[in-house]
Design a protein around this ligand. Sequence first.
Ligand code: DX5
Ligand code: ZN
Length: 216
Amino acid sequence: MPRIISPSFLSADFLRLGEAAETVNRSRAEWFHLDVMDGMFVPNISFGLPVVKALRKATDKMLDVHLMIVQPERYVADFRAAGADYLTVHVEASTHLHRTLQAIRDAGMRAGVALNPHTPVCAVEEVAEMADMILIMSVNPGFGGQRFIASALDKIGRMKDLLLRKNSAALIQVDGGVNAENAAQLFAAGADVLVAGNAVFGAEDPVAAIQQLIEA
Ligand code: DX5
Ligand code: ZN
């Protein structure tokens, strides 16, 4: 089982994004998690294409872009051009999700599907084969540093069953409130990729914090 850590730059110091990228480059984290918010799908506005583009120049690691925007299909080509490797859209935000996932793959990216905490596992039943990753939100999206919602743990196992039944090789990613205390349980439950914002960039030594999460 891969144990991939995707540090969320939402918790980085935006005045020092270059240094944050250098730090993650030196660490064992394999991915960069970039949270794009539009103030519509979620109450917060974060950053967009220019920041993704700038970070593309700062790393060879995977750019894992999490779109928390309405009608994400409008921006598939733009995020490809900005350098995204994974593009994750919310099932609640895309009316024609099947078409959106196809468009992401056709553009040459890996397609991710995110589920809010209230969204049942069966919401991805018909698109499981078209997804390269399923993102289980373990907080209500919009902000870093929130408390982990415990029901997400059980959801991982149920998602794993669905993926097996559908013959899907999609990775399972968990995002929100991940820390050194719950990481072991999440990996044991079947998570492949853990996103961590506060637990990494809020730590005195982010490189050590990432190592701790991998070895949890
Ligand atoms: C929340 C974002 C997360 C967030 C995670 O809407 O999708 O990626 O940055 O932050 P932590 O790990 O601090 O909960
Ligand atoms: Zn995220």
